[in-house]
Unconditional design. Sequence first.
Length: 225
Amino acid sequence: MKYFFLLFSMLVIATSVSAQESIIPKINYADLEKYVELAKLNYAKRKVQFTKGESLKTSVTVAKMSYFDIFNGSYIYRPNGQSVVDPVNPYNVNGLQFGISVSLGTILQKPFLIKKAKQDYKVAQLELEDFDAELSVEVKKRYYDYIEQLGKLKIYTQSAQDSKGISDSMRSKFEKGQITLDLYNQARIELTSAFSLQIQTESLFLKSKDLLEQIIGQKISTVNQ
């Protein structure tokens, strides 16, 4: 009877595992691509990286517009009929006078400043591309972990249910005097172990689910709505 019980228990567990032994068929690549795009849209660190790039893009425009800084304008207004302030200078006249000055140093600096602004923006673009590549890998990793824990949860939930059935059957047989106390206790130990594994797997599943939802910025249940 003892060997029959152990053989039956192993058969139940083996059947459950064989039904879920591979996670590859469970992977939905369409959903996976959605998760990657959602992460690019919602993940806070990616938003920061994108905003940095946009800021540097604006800096390029600002650098180009700063060419106007080369020129400095000034004017003097002297009302008509007023006496000349400097009688030694015969060119002082009444009325409105304009003047423009050009900074040679600024002229020489501008091309280099614009080039630097463009290079900074290019670096930001490359950093964003690299960040997106790493983000895609991280999303896929979390998705695979989620699918793995989901598969394990199904296995151990089924195993716990099977162990419960075996334990109930062994209890009935023990009460009828058909098996020994040792066999009945063994069934109870197997049941406790099965429920413990189920609880542990539930915890790991919830953690993997939270990590995936954290990076995509949305509840998994709402993705396909």
